[in-house]
Design a protein. Structure first.
Length: 135
C-alpha cells in the first residue's frame, strides 16, 4: 500500500471494520449491499479516508479503509453507521419493516482492527470471499 501525505504527516493507517445487523438478522440483500458500498465510499471521501475493499453477507459487512489521521476512529465508525442506517432505512423501508419493528439496521457495537503490510492482501482476499446476499 502506498503512503499518503497530509499537511504535516506521512501515513499508512489501514483499518478493518465489521458492522453487524441488529440481532444478527439477515437484513442485507444484494441491492442493499450495493447501496451500502456507495454510502460508505461517500462517507470516506468526506472524511479524507479511502474505502479500499467492501463486502458482506446478509447479516454483516466488512470494510477495509485507508484511514486519515485527522479523524477520530470512533467518530468515523459512528459516521459510517449512522449515515448508512439513515439512508438504507429511507430507501428500503418496506423491506426493513418486515424484519424490524423499529427504525434500526446496525448493532450498537462494531469490530475494528488496524492492519498493515502483507496482512492487507490477506484481509482484502478474506473480504472479497464473503458470501454475497441473494435477492
Amino acid at each position: 500500500m502506498a503512503l499518503r501525505k497530509g499537511s504535516h504527516s506521512i501515513f499508512s493507517v489501514h483499518l478493518h471494520f465489521v458492522f453487524v445487523t441488529k440481532y444478527r438478522r439477515k437484513a442485507i440483500t444484494a441491492p442493499i449491499r450495493s447501496r451500502l458500498r456507495e454510502i460508505f465510499a461517500n462517507v470516506c471521501i468526506k472524511t479524507k479516508c479511502q474505502l479500499i475493499e467492501f463486502s458482506g453477507e446478509s447479516d454483516h459487512v466488512h470494510l477495509l479503509i485507508d484511514f486519515h489521521p485527522d479523524n477520530n476512529l470512533s467518530a468515523l465508525a459512528g459516521s459510517l453507521k449512522s449515515a448508512s442506517s439513515r439512508i438504507i432505512q429511507k430507501e428500503f423501508s418496506e423491506h426493513l419493516a418486515t424484519i424490524y419493528k423499529t427504525s434500526v439496521l446496525w448493532s450498537s457495537s462494531y469490530y475494528v482492527a488496524s492492519t498493515g503490510g502483507d496482512k492487507i492482501e490477506r484481509i482484502k482476499h478474506y473480504i472479497q470471499s464473503q458470501e454475497e446476499p441473494t435477492d
